[in-house]
Write a protein that binds this ligand. Structure first.
Ligand code: ATR
Length: 498
């Protein structure tokens, strides 16, 4: 899904604020707040980020087509203030000396990071453009933005070719000509993450911008749609009981559509006693594979043809890959949790972690954390299960009653119990977390679980269950298709389901 971003500029802070209001009242999805105006900035930036739409803070240098002459350090300090003031994303030039650190800081603040580059002279070759986008992705950018000057039809062709390849590689990208709107108008057909437009009646930030209303109107009908199901369409399934509330179909179908793959994802309700039949049937088809959810993750271990190391280690399967009639069981839950932590800027290596719970979800998490070099303590309401898991993973355990006292000594507290699923409760008192304890919650809940909400209120980094769902799904997608998952499209689909 292409998000339309309204760029707002102002000669004075008041004007910038007013333009933000105008943008928020219009049809854009996000607002870009250009802090590089000539009128200076107040110390408190909160007003600029108080509009009812998410905002990107940009402090564009003149070398990249902006109006700021400030050095990297000064611009970085303003972006940091913007994050504190509520910016939901920051835009950092790829050439900025602290680009990688700022990406991490954005993630730690629960915000997204755009890395951007502007070639104001010409358009490099498609391979060079792609290389720059890859570099941004490697540095952790959630969105990779590249704008060039188009001087010839050949330049335009280079941009389209690079766009197609970026899409194939699953890079969340925005590619545009600074001096021509054609690519912005076609953005959804190329699976672009963002398209920038101007405000109606206001001079555009770049000659290639059209106003957001016309951009939105042009995009209607261009969005990638789920492939029409045909005889060639490959199927991926979710097997669970129940499955009616799952967000996985929305997430995976958005991913298939984003990459233009001839595949579709459907959820099937399979009661426990029928799992064997379902898997036997699945072997006879040309499906890509399946996801398994409650209550099948452990039972399937004995029913598949092969287990990979992640499934053996976790003692549970959440992803099945079908190859030549054989079902191979994988577990992407643990690695997905690590991806979600990395995205939030939480360091796991050598970190002291407390895992709450000793069921299926805890097993995968404990082993993944151990493999990533964390020091893990397991605690569980039923002590025997904590002891067994700790022994199996070569870690320590703690009685449940003593867990709260240990919270403040931990770098990471991970909830792998089911507490928070049915009622708005937290397994431990969030007020007892340490001043620098990060939180991971395997449970997700509309509006956030109590543990995640309250940890954030205390200024702590908290990774919600949705982020784990997203990243386990992204890894399953790659196992089925062999392609990097279009994570931003999947995230947008999950958010739309909320
Ligand atoms: P999953 O596959 O999601 O891990 P599970 O295997 O049923 O589900 O595990 C549920 C976990 O949540 C267990 O660790 C369970 O503790 P017990 O082993 O003592 O049952 C934990 N849990 C469930 N309800 C709980 C509660 N009210 N307080 C504390 N822990 C709870």
């Amino acid at each position: 899904m292409t998000l339309v971003v309204a760029t707002t500029l102002g000669d004075t802070p008041d004007e910038l604020y007013e333009r933000g209001r105008q943008a928020a009242a219009g049809p854009c999805d996000w607002i870009e707040v250009r802090l590089d105006g000539p009128g200076g900035l107040p110390w408190d930036l909160r007003a600029f980020f108080s509009h009812p739409k998410p905002s990107i803070a940009t402090m564009r240098h003149v070398d990249d087509g902006g109006r700021s002459h400030a050095d990297d350090e000064t611009r970085a300090a303003i972006l940091r203030r913007a994050l504190k003031a509520g910016a939901r994303a920051i835009d950092v030039e790829l050439v900025h000396a602290d680009a990688a650190a700022l990406v991490q800081e954005a993630h730690a603040a629960g915000a997204r990071a755009i890395l951007s580059h502007h070639d104001l002279v010409g358009t490099p070759s498609p391979d060079a453009l792609l290389e720059t986008l890859r570099e941004m992705r490697v540095l952790g950018a959630d969105w990779c933005k590249l704008a060039t000057r188009v001087e010839s039809p050949s330049d335009a062709a280079s941009l389209v070719e690079a766009a197609r390849k970026a899409r194939e590689e699953g890079i969340p990208y925005a590619l545009m000509a600074v001096n021509d709107p054609f690519l912005r108008l076609l953005a959804p057909t190329l699976g672009m993450a963002l398209a920038y437009g101007s405000l109606e009646g206001v001079p555009a930030a770049a000659p290639g911008q059209v106003d957001v209303s016309r951009l939105k109107a042009a995009h209607v009908g261009l969005a990638p749609r789920a492939a029409r199901t045909r005889g060639t369409t490959r199927l991926a399934l979710l097997l669970g009981h129940p499955v009616s509330h799952s967000k996985s179909p929305a997430m995976h179908n958005a991913a298939f559509a984003e990459l233009g793959l001839d595949a579709t994802y459907a959820a099937l309700d399979v009661p426990p006693e029928k799992l064997g039949d379902a898997l036997r049937g699945l072997r006879a088809t040309n499906a890509l594979g399946a996801n398994l959810t409650v209550p099948h993750k452990v039972a399937a271990m004995a029913l598949v043809d092969e287990l990979d190391a992640s499934a053996r280690e976790a003692g549970a399967i959440n992803t099945l890959v079908l190859r030549d009639g054989r079902l191979v069981g994988h577990n992407t839950d643990g690695a997905g949790a690590l991806d979600a932590l990395a995205e939030a800027g939480v360091r796991v290596a050598s970190a002291q972690c407390l895992v709450l719970g000793a069921g299926g979800a805890a097993r995968g998490l404990v082993h993944a954390l151990r493999r990533a070099g964390a020091k893990v303590i397991v605690t569980n309401r039923t002590l025997e299960k904590a002891k067994m898991l700790a022994q199996d993973a070569g870690t320590l355990w703690l009685p449940w009653e003593e867990a709260e006292a240990a919270l403040r000594h931990c770098d990471l507290v991970a909830n792998a119990t089911t507490v928070g699923l049915l009622a708005d409760e937290s397994p431990v008192d969030p007020a007892k977390l340490g001043a620098r304890t990060a939180v991971l919650d395997a449970v997700y809940r509309h509006g956030g679980t109590k543990l995640v909400r309250e940890a954030r209120q205390h200024g702590l980094v908290a990774v919600p269950g949705e982020a784990m769902l997203l990243h386990q799904g992204a890894r399953a997608f790659t196992l089925w298709t062999g392609k990097p998952a279009p994570v931003e499209a999947m995230r947008a689909a999950l958010e739309a389901e909320a």
